[in-house]
Design a protein around this ligand. Structure first.
Ligand SMILES: Nc1ncnc2c1ncn2[C@@H]1O[C@H](COP(=O)(O)OP(=O)(O)OP(=O)(O)O)[C@@H](O)[C@H]1O
Length: 798
C-alpha cells in the first residue's frame, strides 16, 4: 500500500527529533506567555488588574473573618517602575501559607467551595506577582500578621516558572502596627493610562460594598480618593453548599465517586449532593437502573393459559406427577391473573411457587427445575403472535386515529421481531435501544409499503412502549465499581440530570439587595429618580444565581451620548470587555424607547441621562475568560438580567411619564398665568365694570390644590381646596413669628428659636376643602410650606 507517509523518506527519526523538544509546560510558564488571559496584557491594564486582584482578596478575607474591611491602596512612581501597595485589616495569612498563596498559581481556598466569593480560581494574586517579577525583575514583598500573634511575617518571593513553586528570596519575623492583616508590595512596569478604569473600579467597589472603607492614593491625585464606610453591617454570611446533581460534569463525578466513603449509590447521592434525600435518591437510582440495565418489556398475558401449563409441565423432570401438575397449573393460573408480565416477574413468580411446592408435596424444586420452568413458560408466553398483539395495542394507543390498521399492524410485527431477535431473551432494552428498534421497524415499513411514519409518531410509540416496560430489580453496581467505569458513571450522571430535583438553596449567595443597590446609586450619582430590583434565585448548571438591577435617571447625569452601564459580578465591578459581556448584550437588546429613553436605530445602547447597574451573584459566575472581565452568554442568566432591568425600567418609565405630564401642565399654567390678567383687564375695559378678582382662578382651572391664608381678628385660617380628581394628603407647615394658640384638630406646634412651626397633615378628598385654624395675638409674620403635592399641581395664595 502506498501511503502519504512513505513519501517522507527513509531517514526516519523525525518523531525522535521532535521528541527531544517536547516537554511538559508548567502552568506558570504557560501564563507567563499568555498573560493577557489573566488581564495582564499591557502596563496600563496590568496595574488595574493587580489592584483588582489584591482588593478582591482583601474584601473576601475580611468578610469571611467577619471584619469590616479597611483597605488602603497606594501607587507611586519608583524609578522606571510603578510600586503598588495594598494593605488590608483581614485575618492575615499563616507563615506556611504565604509563599504558596503568592508564589504558586492555582493555589487558593475557593476553587472547590460552592459559596459566593470574589475569588474563584486561585490564580489572581500569584499572577500579579508573576507579572511584577517578569516586568521589573523584583520580588513581591509580603507582610502578614495573623489575628492574635505578636509579630508579623515578612517574605520576599517570586514564582519559579519552571516548577510553579514559590522561590523565597528573603524571610523575616518583623513587627507591624496593624493588629492583623496583610500588606502586598509589587513593583511593575506600568503606566497610568488606565486611570479612569482604576478610579471606576475603586469607586464602583465602594458603591457595592458600603460596609468597606477604601482609600486610593496615586500620583495623579492631589488628595487621596477616600470612601468612608456607609454601614457597619457586613453582607449576610454565606453558607457553603454541596454540589447540585444537575451541575456536575462527568470528570467531577468520577473524582467524587473515588473520594467518597459511601458504599452504595443511594448513600453517595445523599451524602455528597445538596437537595438529595432518600426519596430523590431512589428516583435517581431507578433512572440509573433504566439507563444501565435497560427496562424489561412486560407482555400482555393470554386469556387461555393451557399452553403455558403444558410447557411448564414438560420442563419439569424427575418430579412426581402430582407435584408437577400442581406446580404447572399454579404457574399458568398466576400468569393468567396478571395483565402484563415481564421476565423478572415470571422469575419471582416461579420462585415463590417452587418454594410452595415443598410445603404442598414435600418435594424440592431446585435451581435447574426453576430455570427450565421459567424458560419454557417465557417461550410459551412470548410467541410471535403475543408479542405482536401486545405491541399493536401500545402502537394503536400512541397513534390513535391517525394511522390505519395495516400500518399499526405492520409496525407491530416488525417491532415484535426486534424483541424476538434480541440477544437478551429477557427482552431488556434501554430507551435508546428501544428508539433504535422503533426507527428500524418504521423505516422497514416505509420501504415495504407507501405508509409514512414520521418523527413524532415514532417518539410517541417509544414513549408508549417505554411506559409499560418495567424497571428491573437488579442490584446496582457499587460506588467503587462505578468509579472505575466511565460508561457506568455516565449512565449515573444521565440519571441525575434526568431526575427532577429541587433547586439548590440560596443561603450560599449574598445579593446586595435592591435597597442597597439604590442607596449605592444615590451615594454616587446626583439624579432625580432611582429604582432597583432584586430577582429571586435561579439555577444555571447546578449553581444558584441571583440578578439585581438598578437605574438612576435625570438630575445631573450626563444627557449626551449613551447611558452608563455598570456591571458587577459577586460584588466586583467589571471594567473591561464591556462589549463581550452578557450584561451589555441584554441592555442593548431591550427596546428602550418603550421605557422613555432614546435609542438610536431602535436597538443598541440607549442614550440619555441614565445609569444602569446590574449585579450577578453566583457560586460560580460563568466568565468569558480567566481574567473575569465579562459574564458569558448563558441564556438562563441573560433571561434574569433582562427581567431585573425591565422591572427597574418600568418604574423609570412611569416616572418619565409623570414628569412629562407635569411639564405639559407647567407650560399650560405658564400660558394661563400670562393671559388671565390680560383677559381680566380687557373685560374691565370692554364692560366698563370693575376688574374681576382672578385670585384662585388659575388654580381652579388647572384642577390644582389651592392653599390660602386669611387672618381676621387674630384668627388665622388656612384653607386647603382640592380641585384635583383624587384624594390628596399634604403636609402643611405655617411658620409664624408669634406664639400660636388654639391650634385646630390634628395640628402640632414646634418652637424653634422664637419661630413657631404649626403643622398639619390633612387628607382632602377630591372636590373637598379642609380648614385649619389657630390664633395669634398681635402682629405676626407668616410663611407657609406645603409638601406632598407636586409643585405643578399646587397653588399657594398665602
Ligand atoms: N489578603 C488576603 N488575606 C487573606 N487571605 C488571602 C489574601 N489574599 C489571598 N488570600 C488567600 O489566598 C488564596 C489565593 O488567592 P488568589 O487571588 O490567588 O486566588 P482566589 O482569590 O482564590 O481566586 P481568583 O484566581 O479567582 O482571584 C485565596 O483563596 C485566599 O485563601
Amino acid at each position: 500500500m502506498t501511503s502519504f507517509q512513505s513519501t517522507l523518506g527513509e531517514d526516519g527519526g523525525i518523531a525522535e527529533e521532535l521528541a527531544e523538544n517536547q516537554r511538559a509546560i508548567s502552568i506558570a510558564e504557560f501564563f507567563e506567555k499568555n498573560k493577557h488571559m489573566l488581564g495582564f496584557d499591557s502596563g496600563a491594564r496590568g496595574l488595574v488588574t493587580a489592584v483588582k486582584e489584591a482588593v478582591d482578596n482583601a474584601l473576601d478575607a475580611t468578610e469571611e473573618a467577619g471584619i469590616a474591611p479597611d483597605i488602603y491602596v497606594e501607587i507611586t512612581e519608583a524609578g522606571d517602575y510603578y510600586k503598588l501597595v495594598v494593605e488590608d485589616n483581614g485575618p492575615g495569612i499563616t507563615k506556611e501559607q504565604i509563599p504558596r498563596v503568592f508564589g504558586k498559581l492555582l493555589y487558593g481556598s475557593r476553587f472547590h467551595a460552592r459559596e459566593q466569593s470574589r475569588g474563584q480560581q486561585g490564580i489572581g494574586i500569584s499572577a500579579a506577582v508573576l507579572y511584577s517579577q517578569l516586568t521589573s525583575g523584583k520580588p513581591a514583598k509580603i507582610t502578614s500578621r495573623t489575628q492574635g500573634s505578636a509579630d508579623a511575617q515578612y517574605f520576599e518571593l517570586i514564582v519559579d516558572t519552571d516548577t510553579n513553586e514559590p522561590e523565597i528570596r528573603n524571610e523575616a519575623t518583623t513587627s507591624w502596627d496593624r493588629p492583623h492583616g496583610t500588606r502586598i508590595e509589587l513593583e511593575m512596569e506600568a503606566n497610568m493610562r488606565a486611570r479612569a478604569q482604576l478610579h471606576d473600579y475603586i469607586k464602583h467597589t465602594a458603591v457595592v460594598n458600603p460596609h468597606a472603607r477604601v482609600e486610593l492614593r496615586e500620583p495623579g491625585l492631589d488628595e487621596p480618593l477616600k470612601f468612608e464606610r456607609g454601614t457597619d453591617q457586613l453582607p449576610a454570611e454565606t453558607e457553603e453548599i454541596r454540589p447540585h446533581p444537575h451541575g456536575v460534569e462527568l470528570g467531577t463525578l468520577l473524582k467524587m465517586l473515588e473520594a467518597t466513603e459511601s458504599y452504595s449509590v443511594s448513600g453517595f447521592l445523599q451524602g455528597e449532593f445538596t437537595r438529595v434525600g432518600n426519596k430523590t435518591a431512589t428516583k435517581v437510582c431507578d433512572r440509573f437502573r433504566d439507563n444501565h440495565f435497560g427496562r424489561e418489556m412486560a407482555w400482555t398475558t393470554p386469556d387461555a393459559t393451557d399452553d403455558i401449563e403444558a410447557a411448564v409441565a414438560d420442563a419439569v423432570a424427575n418430579k412426581s406427577a402430582a407435584a408437577t401438575e400442581w406446580f404447572a397449573a399454579r404457574v399458568a393460573e398466576t400468569v393468567g391473573d396478571r395483565e402484563r408480565l415481564a421476565h423478572h416477574d415470571l422469575v419471582e413468580l416461579v420462585d415463590n411457587l417452587a418454594d410452595a411446592v415443598v410445603e404442598e408435596h414435600g418435594e424440592t424444586f431446585g435451581d435447574t427445575v426453576r430455570e427450565n420452568a421459567v424458560e419454557s413458560a417465557w417461550a410459551a408466553l412470548t410467541d410471535d403472535e403475543r408479542l405482536t398483539a401486545s405491541l399493536y395495542e401500545r402502537i394503536d394507543a400512541a397513534t390513535s386515529t391517525q394511522k390505519d390498521d395495516a400500518t399499526v399492524q405492520g409496525i407491530a410485527e416488525r417491532l415484535a421481531e426486534k424483541f424476538a431477535d434480541a440477544e437478551d431473551p429477557r427482552h431488556r432494552a434501554t430507551r435508546d435501544t428501544l428508539a433504535g428498534y422503533v426507527d428500524r421497524s418504521a423505516d422497514r415499513l416505509e420501504d415495504a409499503t407507501d405508509a409514512t411514519f414520521g418523527d413524532t409518531a415514532r417518539e410517541n410509540v417509544v414513549e408508549s412502549v417505554w411506559s409499560v416496560m418495567q424497571t428491573v430489580p437488579d442490584d446496582l453496581p457499587k460506588v467503587k465499581d462505578i468509579a472505575d467505569d466511565r460508561d457506568t458513571a455516565s449512565d449515573l450522571l444521565t440519571a441525575m440530570r434526568e431526575t427532577d430535583i429541587l433547586a439548590p438553596p440560596t443561603d450560599c449567595l449574598s445579593p446586595i439587595t435592591a435597597e442597597l443597590v439604590e442607596a449605592g446609586l444615590r451615594k454616587e450619582f446626583d439624579a432625580d429618580f432611582y429604582a432597583a430590583a432584586t430577582r429571586d434565585a435561579e439555577v444555571h448548571g447546578g449553581d444558584p444565581f441571583i440578578v439585581e438591577a438598578g437605574i438612576a435617571y435625570g438630575g445631573e447625569l450626563e444627557s449626551n451620548g449613551s447611558v452608563q452601564v455598570m456591571r458587577f459580578a459577586n460584588r466586583v465591578p467589571l471594567v473591561y470587555q464591556r462589549g463581550a459581556c452578557a450584561i451589555t448584550d441584554v441592555v442593548k437588546g431591550i427596546g428602550w424607547r418603550n421605557y422613555g429613553l432614546d435609542q438610536p436605530g431602535g436597538s443598541g445602547l440607549p442614550s440619555g441621562p441614565a445609569v444602569i447597574t446590574v449585579h450577578v451573584a453566583s457560586t460560580n459566575v460563568p466568565f468569558t475568560s480567566e481574567s473575569k472581565d465579562a459574564v458569558a452568554n448563558v441564556p438562563a442568566i441573560e433571561d434574569e438580567i433582562e427581567l431585573a432591568i425591565r422591572e427597574a425600567a418600568r418604574e423609570m418609565k412611569s416616572y418619565i411619564n409623570r414628569r412629562q405630564s407635569l411639564q405639559k401642565r407647567r407650560e399650560k399654567q405658564d400660558v394661563l398665568g400670562r393671559i388671565l390678567p390680560q383677559m381680566a383687564d380687557k373685560l374691565a375695559a370692554v364692560t366698563g365694570q370693575e376688574r374681576p378678582n382672578i385670585d384662585g382662578a388659575l388654580g381652579r382651572i388647572m384642577n390644582n390644590v389651592i392653599v390660602e391664608r386669611r387672618v381676621e381678628d387674630g384668627t388665622v385660617t388656612l384653607t386647603v381646596q382640592n380641585h384635583s380628581d383624587r384624594k390628596e394628603t399634604l403636609d402643611v407647615t405655617d411658620i409664624v413669628s408669634v406664639e400660636p394658640t388654639a391650634v385646630s384638630d390634628g395640628g402640632s406646634v414646634v418652637d424653634l428659636d422664637d419661630e413657631w412651626f404649626v403643622q398639619w397633615s390633612p387628607s382632602v378628598s377630591a372636590g373637598e376643602t379642609a380648614t385649619l385654624t389657630y390664633e395669634v395675638g398681635g402682629d405676626a409674620t407668616f410663611d407657609v410650606d406645603v409638601d406632598g403635592v407636586e409643585d405643578e399641581k399646587l397653588t399657594v395664595n398665602a
